[in-house]
Write a protein that binds this ligand. Structure first.
Ligand SMILES: NC(=O)c1ccc[n+]([C@@H]2O[C@H](COP(=O)([O-])OP(=O)(O)OC[C@H]3O[C@@H](n4cnc5c(N)ncnc54)[C@H](OP(=O)(O)O)[C@@H]3O)[C@@H](O)[C@H]2O)c1
Length: 276
């Protein structure tokens, strides 16, 4: 049995917490408002930005998951969540003499700056254009270079129950395809939880894994598939390119699969079908 701390126990963290608790692990869920944690998860009220609140950590933890997310889209909020938070948590663990076996950090595919639809994997260059990706990389560095062996899972866009923006837009008729082929890399919440659990159980994990499903896809293909499945009109392509700068790459999760992970929802088709 593991003694697990999930720091930032929100959408993904709660799915992971519920699964691990059901398997008999002792699971602590940390967040500022822990009143909403799943049953069987022991609540810890603390603010990862404030070291003074981190004295409440339980002893004898074996695995730490860091799944906190930024409160908003500013650089300050990203720094607080992905740099200050992991740094404070690791310092608090060390100060208490805690030596967990592993800390697993949820990063993001935003660490890749590739924008021409290239395939990327864990060895591809990470040269993000925005501060978001840069702060994630900083956080990765803190976890990988820290006192506890660190593993990073770079997640794509997370969807699942309660996070159905694609479905909602297609259903309401508000969806529009980007003017040019733009790839989306997605992962169902249950696979986020499954992959994190898998990384906890691996004997000798690599330092970094991509956490995306097996089918990066043109956003327009996804919308057209949804429209056909829902019996709605196929969204048209926008006539002008978006001015929003965003990456455009196809992420490969071969390393995760080679390590033994089996996706519950290998592509958006199975994942969305389960939600419809
Ligand atoms: N959403 C995506 O598509 C996506 C894509 C790639 C990567 N990721 C990453 O995946 C991870 C999980 O995402 P998610 O969607 O599950 O996030 P989420 O639902 O927003 O959950 C984040 C949790 O962190 C807690 N938290 C935030 N700041 C905190 C602080 N200072 N101290 C303690 N707890 C704090 C929040 O609870 P309180 O407000 O109660 O504190 C919340 O429960 C995050 O690291 C995120 O950056 C997400």
């Amino acid at each position: 049995m593991e003694r697990v701390l999930i720091a930032g126990c929100g959408y993904v963290g709660s799915a992971l917490a519920a699964r691990l608790a059901a398997e008999g692990h002792q699971v602590y869920g940390m967040r500022r408002n822990p009143a909403v944690l799943p049953p069987g998860v022991r609540p810890i009220a603390a603010d990862l930005r404030d070291p003074a609140t981190l004295g409440v950590l339980p002893a004898g933890l074996t695995t730490i998951f860091y799944t906190a997310a930024a409160d908003g889209g500013s650089d300050d909020e990203y720094r607080a969540a992905y740099v200050d938070g992991p740094r404070n948590l690791l310092a608090a663990l060390v100060a208490r003499g805690e030596r967990p076996r592993r800390v697993v950090f949820t990063s993001s595919t935003s660490v890749y700056g590739q924008g021409a639809g290239e395939w990327v994997d864990e060895d591809s260059p990470t040269e993000p254009e925005g501060f978001g990706g840069r702060r994630m990389l900083e956080g990765e560095g803190i976890v990988r270079g820290g006192p506890i062996p660190g593993v990073v899972l770079r997640l794509g866009g997370i969807y699942g129950r309660g996070r159905t923006s694609y479905i909602d837009r297609v259903r309401s008729g508000a969806a529009e395809c980007p003017a040019e082929t733009t790839y989306t890399n997605r992962i169902h919440r249950d696979d986020c939880a499954g992959a994190l659990r898998h990384l906890m159980l691996l004997d000798a994990p690599d330092p970094v894994y991509l956490g995306v499903d097996r089918a990066p896809a043109d956003t327009c293909e996804v919308m057209h598939w949804l429209a056909a499945t829902l019996g709605r009109p196929a969204p048209a392509r926008a006539t002008t390119a978006s001015t929003r700068r965003r990456g455009n790459k196809q992420c490969r999760s071969d390393r995760l699969v080679a390590s033994g992970y089996e996706f519950i929802y290998p592509t958006y088709r199975e994942g969305f079908a389960a939600l419809l």
